[in-house]
Design a binder for this molecule. Structure first.
Ligand SMILES: *Cc1c(COP(=O)(O)O)cnc(C)c1O
Length: 389
């Protein structure tokens, strides 16, 4: 092992370029920093990129998921089926609507929700399914949509990891009734905080636009801009979920660089595949992709088998940190988190594949900002850490 690097390789550090900074500065100088023309421009560019009829910018993916649940009419006592191998927000939003999260186990190979397990959990109160394209690997959407349509269920795709992914030629987030995207700092496009709700239904998009800003009839840009003054009234008790022009400005030019950055992460991914193969106790991410299916390459997740590797996932994390490499865990199973464990009595053994992955998964840094020599350093560090057991 060469000497440890001096600078810490931050996990998921965003790549912000001069054009992004200039666009933000332009907004600051424009006199309009709230929700206005830049949000409209960002929405239109995003809509063109993703290919849905409507795109509604909000202040987080969590807000997008929550709006979608509200719009499809989720009520207290309803059930929503999702995965426990996700960020807690996916599940928390179900609770916010008084509904019950019902967890379906994942496929061991892909870490995405298993359509068979979904089907087993459908009951008279089931209203919706939230599949998560974990790490950027598309869920089995054809089967999920077939099940949903047969049972009259809505499908809201959590596409927070899947901005660049395609399932059988179609972009993820466009296959269900709604798609929700995140622009959190570690995501492949960031607005600091932000999110996007996409759909092909005009009435749903209209409702989302009203609900994201207090449920009032016209937004501030329409009220105070030169277009003229108009009174507003409350149509629905809405939320404070709007994106600002400052956030949109940061995102606008990143859209142009998505494909380029994706290709770069693909290169890093291939380096990891080659450099990390054949290590006892280490399982690399599933490489299988159907024709027309594209992995977003958001996370490179390895599974550490403590017996065979002679080290636990958590110990490997600590060692990599000592070697100046930041890593992440995506995710620890949400059904075993305190609130969900205590409220619903979930226990180990309920979701065997989810728990197996939860115990072993480790995400190595995979970001547009990284160089190929950063990736080579990570490979060396992983190999070194595992040789010292
Ligand atoms: C990041 C993330 C979210 C939440 O996104 P925010 O924009 O932070 O609200 C939801 N689901 C998944 C899978 C995520 O990774």
């Amino acid at each position: 092992m060469r000497p440890y690097r001096s600078d810490f390789l931050v996990f998921g550090s965003p790549l912000i370029l001069e054009e992004d900074i200039l666009e933000v500065v332009d907004t600051l100088r424009s006199g309009w920093i709230g929700s206005g023309p830049k949000v409209l421009r960002f929405e239109e560019l995003f809509r063109q990129f993703i290919g849905t009829r409507y795109a509604v910018a909000v202040n987080s993916c969590t807000a997008a998921l929550s709006l979608a649940l509200e719009i499809v009419g989720i009520q207290p006592g309803d059930e929503v089926i999702t995965t426990a191998l996700t960020f807690p927000a996916t599940v928390n939003v179900i609770e916010h609507h008084g509904a019950y999260p019902v967890f379906a186990d994942v496929d061991r190979a892909t870490a995405t929700i298993s359509p068979d397990e979904i089907e087993k959990r459908i009951g008279p109160r089931t209203k919706a399914i939230i599949p998560v394209h974990l790490a950027g690997y598309p869920c089995e959407m054809d089967t999920i949509m077939k099940i949903a349509r047969a049972h009259g269920l809505f499908v809201i795709e959590d596409a927070a990891h899947a901005l660049e992914a395609k399932y059988r030629g179609h972009r993820t987030g466009t296959l269900g009734d709604f798609g929700a995207f995140s622009f959190y700092p570690t995501k492949s496009l960031t607005t600091g905080e932000g999110g996007m709700l996409v759909t092909n239904q005009e009435a749903w998009a209209d409702k989302a636009r009203i609900m994201r800003l207090h449920g009032i009839s016209s937004d501030a840009w329409a009220r105070y801009s030169e277009a003229g003054f108009s009174h507003y009234e409350t149509i629905l008790p809405g939320y404070k979920y709007n994106m600002t022009d400052l956030q949109a400005a940061l995102g606008i030019h990143q859209l142009d660089r998505l494909e380029h950055n994706h290709r770069h992460r693909e290169t890093l991914w291939e380096l990891y595949n080659a450099g990390l193969s054949g290590i006892p106790g280490l399982t690399l991410p599933s490489q299988h992709l159907e024709e027309g299916t594209v992995h977003a390459r958001h996370l490179y997740t390895i599974y550490v088998d403590p017996e065979e590797a002679g080290i636990t996932r958590d110990e490997l994390m600590v060692r990599l940190k000592e070697m100046r490499v930041g890593t992440g865990v995506h995710y620890t199973a949400v059904h075993l988190h305190k609130y969900y464990r205590e409220k619903y009595g979930y226990k180990r053994g309920d979701l065997p594949n989810t728990e197996w992955i939860s115990d072993r998964t480790l995400s190595l840094p995979l970001a547009a900002k990284m160089t190929t020599s950063d990736a080579e350093y990570v490979i060396e560090a992983v190999r070194y850490a595992l040789s010292q057991t």
